[in-house]
Design a protein around this ligand. Structure first.
Ligand code: FAD
Length: 411
């Protein structure tokens, strides 16, 4: 069998899982190359704990090479372009030909799309931004805090709600007089999860003293007067701003011709195949319509979340490995997802369900408890462990999960 080269672009959640699964299935007989611009991998779900000071940067980052199975080639470089016709990827001054390509480059943040946002606000969507926000909240003497979802789509539909509740808890514990306001263009919290979950989450926000403002589309920030402007709404004055910047698909994918007019990569929902032979895309770069509608004319999209990037990566890796080794490629992505919604005091809710369910996603929110918080901590520890320790850790977590946490062993 001729030696094949699989190139995985992006060493985030989806890229790492893809490369490691391919390494496991293909061994050293074939070449698996992981291209990532950063030397350290940062686990984004832990940024919220970094914001509140419950984590240090070294606790939520790892050298990328430490997270990759032996035998996988790691190239630390910025991908510049993809030539789909010649099956070639160009990074820095080098280029590499592929037999199979997996695009897992994530979403780019574009704060510059909203005038004044970079100057007037902080963010918890990057490592550096979160560290600055942590300093700011420590020094904050009190006043009005605005948590703003500045545009859709954005990754992790739970994150703004968690951030608002964790901030409320942070200031309450310190006895500071702070009012928290959460603004979003969406009609309810996590609209993709349906009205019942939206109401439950809205109640959680209320119980935590967070004022929720749906249908607010941010148009500008005035850093001098500390004022937010919203489309067709009254301006709002703030003392501290924590914003989720607008997201966009990576420019190089638009230039390669892989994206739709909105800048995201359309894929087959079961296999994650793009329209190009042997080219797959997964995770935040993709756009996947799901059953249900926002408004009569706007389809719902699968949320951008690590849990989906992870599951999709396994499907893609298994399909490519089967194709190369002559096996049967039967894995499909079924749209199952979950998330733990942190609210402080070691409490979290647990939302889970099938996002492909007809006629609309079936998502349930389980009762708040310490269990789900512990589940999130265990997942974080498992994710950041070197691949050699993960199997044993997973075994212990599942054992603990089925006994103490009373969750299914497949969780
Ligand atoms: C604050 C926060 C909390 C979150 N919480 C959760 C949660 O609780 N649960 C959940 O499921 N999801 C959560 N998410 C979302 C989750 O992190 C993303 O959905 C997930 O990381 C997407 O995986 P991905 O592989 O598609 O992209 P990413 O993980 O973003 O990886 C993309 C990688 O590509 C690299 N890259 C980009 N461009 C280039 C280039 N040109 N050359 C080389 N490398 C490049 C990047 O450096 C990055 O490492 C959260 C996100 C944030 C910001």
């Amino acid at each position: 069998m001729a030696r094949k080269t699989v190139i995985v672009l992006g060493g985030g959640i989806g890229g790492l899982v893809t490369a490691n699964e391919l390494g496991k299935r293909l061994g050293r007989e074939h070449r698996v190359v992981l291209v990532e611009k950063n030397a350290r991998h940062a686990f984004a779900p832990s940024f919220l704990w970094l914001m509140t000071g419950d984590r240090k940067p070294e606790q939520v980052t790892r050298p990328l090479r430490q997270m990759v199975k032996p035998g996988i080639e790691v190239v630390q470089a910025e991908v510049r372009s993809i030539d789909l016709a010649s099956r070639r990827v160009v990074f820095n001054s080098r280029q590499l030909d592929y037999d199979y390509l997996v695009v897992a480059l994530g979403a780019e943040l574009a704060p510059e799309a909203i005038p004044g946002l970079s100057e007037g606000g902080h963010t918890f969507y990057t490592l550096e931004g979160t560290l600055k926000l942590h300093d700011a909240i420590q020094k904050f003497s009190g006043g009005t805090v605005a948590v703003v979802v500045s545009a859709i789509p954005y990754k992790c539909p739970g994150a703004p709600h968690e951030a608002a509740m964790l901030l409320a808890n942070f200031f309450r514990r310190r006895g500071k007089t702070v009012t928290i306001h959460l603004f979003t263009p969406e009609p309810q919290p996590m609209p993709v999860a349906g009205p019942a979950l939206g109401e439950a989450l809205q109640q959680m926000l209320k119980d935590n003293g967070v004022n929720f403002h749906p249908r607010h589309s941010l148009t500008a920030v005035n850093p001098q007067t500390r004022e937010l402007s919203f489309k067709g709404r009254e301006p709002f004055s703030y003392d501290l701003l924590a914003a989720i910047p607008p997201h966009r698909g990576p420019r190089l994918l638009r230039e390669a011709g892989l994206t739709n007019e909105a800048g995201w990569v359309p894929v087959d929902r079961a296999t994650l195949a793009t329209q190009y032979e042997n080219v797959y895309a997964l995770g935040d770069v993709t756009t996947l319509p799901i059953p249900g509608r926002w408004k009569p004319d706007v389809p719902m999209m699968l949320p951008k979340a690590g849990v989906f990037a992870h599951a999709q990566a396994e499907v893609v890796a298994h399909r490519i490995a089967a194709d190369i080794t002559g096996g049967r490629a039967s894995d499909v992505f079924c749209g199952e997802g979950y998330c733990m919604l942190e609210m402080g005091e070691s409490l979290a809710g647990f939302a889970s369900g099938n996002f492909f369910a007809e006629p609309s996603p079936q998502i349930q929110l389980r009762k708040l408890g310490k269990t789900w918080h512990l589940g999130k901590v265990l997942f974080e520890q498992w994710w950041l462990a070197p691949p050699g320790f993960r199997r044993e850790m997973l075994r212990l977590i599942l054992k603990l999960g089925s006994k103490v946490l009373r969750v299914p062993a497949s969780f």
